[in-house]
Design a protein. Structure first.
Length: 163
């Protein structure tokens, strides 16, 4: 196995929700988490594959910091994505844990050496379109999906901030 890659600490918790506004309000009121930066994510413009095939999808995302963790709320809207599968099969709940990596290709090579496959992968995030992610096929072994995130050098501004 590649010695140069070590899994970083968890940086994000991804939670699938059915109603983004209701979920943002609940997390804000119950736990004081917020404000929420809200974005639409879609492929295209992201270049995405789902289970190895070109994919098109759209989701609404809301991000807020909770200490050192980023909480990501995900409302599925359409298309081929693991978020559709989770929503259909489980409803709402924690879907994935995310870690930030410096080089997605190095991290993916290490995961493949460990026998871990990719469920969904995309590039083109952020203002400069240099951010990338990969959701790994770890649910059977870890009980959840692991997301590797190569952050964009400059985040896209949110469509709006809630509240």
């Amino acid at each position: 196995m590649a010695d140069e890659f070590e899994l970083p600490p968890i940086a994000q918790i991804g939670i699938v929700v059915r109603d983004l506004k209701r979920a943002m309000d609940a997390y804000s009121e119950s736990l004081g988490i917020g404000p929420w930066n809200v974005h639409t994510a879609s492929a295209p413009p992201l270049n995405c594959t789902y289970k190895g095939e070109p994919a098109h999808y759209r989701v609404m995302l809301a991000f807020a910091q909770f200490g050192s963790l980023s909480i990501e709320l995900i409302q599925y809207q359409e298309g081929d994505t693991i978020h559709r599968d989770f929503s259909r099969d489980r409803g709402e709940g924690v879907e994935h844990l995310g870690v930030h990596v410096l080089d997605l290709d190095v991290a993916l090579a290490d995961m493949r050496e460990r026998g871990i496959g990719v469920l969904q992968q995309a590039d083109g995030m952020g203002v400069r379109r240099d951010g990338r992610y990969a959701y790994l096929d770890t649910e059977s072994s870890l009980g959840t999906v692991l997301e590797l995130i190569q952050p964009a050098s400059e985040d896209s501004p949110p469509e709006y901030v809630h509240p």
